[in-house]
Design a protein around this ligand. Structure first.
Ligand SMILES: [Zn+2]
Length: 189
């Protein structure tokens, strides 16, 4: 099971770095954050502090990543609001993937530092990999191979609206009248 926890490595990063200008060291996730072409760059959704993007070299269908907008490597240097924003996007991603493709499980995690398997170790990111029973043999075959971009665009087209959907269920408004509180277990403030 070890390899299931750290299957994600640098292919994506190396490919993306080809887009950088010669001699210019550029962070993949900062490049994605600045991107004005979310469709081509497979960005699923953005908020003020974090964004979600499909992995161009996925280890399974639907493999995506969530990163803070800020260039930060250390998880313990994240601000509370950034941690919350990342968590919220991970949750939205899991919900969207569950609705889209009904996986049987997920690998969710971070590789912090190159020795831990991070391809881009200067900008932390959370991997979300949907898993299906019996996909173990499939994953190494898919890993490192270039997935057809149409396939990824199609995945993005399906996932994006699911991730943008409002997920908060509306709670019924609290009764305004005093008598409305009787028997509800709620106390007046
Ligand atoms: Zn960065």
């Amino acid at each position: 099971m070890k390899r299931l926890w750290a299957p994600w490595r640098g292919e994506y990063i190396r490919a993306a770095s080809a887009r950088c200008r010669a001699g210019e060291k550029q962070c993949l996730f900062c490049a994605l954050r600045r991107s004005r072409d979310d469709e081509t760059d497979l960005v699923l959704c953005r908020d003020e502090l974090a964004f979600a993007v499909l992995n161009r070299f996925p280890y399974n269908n639907g493999h995506l990543m969530v990163a803070p907008n800020r260039h930060v490597a250390a998880y313990d240097r994240l601000r509370p609001a950034e941690t919350a924003a990342i968590d919220a996007l991970v949750q939205r991603a899991i919900r969207a993937l569950r609705r889209d493709a009904r996986p049987h499980g997920f690998n969710v995690g971070m590789n912090l530092g190159r020795v831990a398997g991070a391809g881009e170790d200067t900008h932390l990111h959370v991997h979300v990999v949907p898993r299906w029973n019996g996909d173990t043999n499939f994953m190494p075959a898919l890993a490192g191979t270039k997935v057809m971009s149409e396939h990824l665009q199609e995945t993005r087209r399906r996932l994006r609206p699911l991730m943008l959907e409002k997920t908060e269920r509306r709670r019924p408004a609290l009764p305004l009248k005093k008598e409305g509180l009787k028997g509800t277990g709620l106390k007046e403030r």
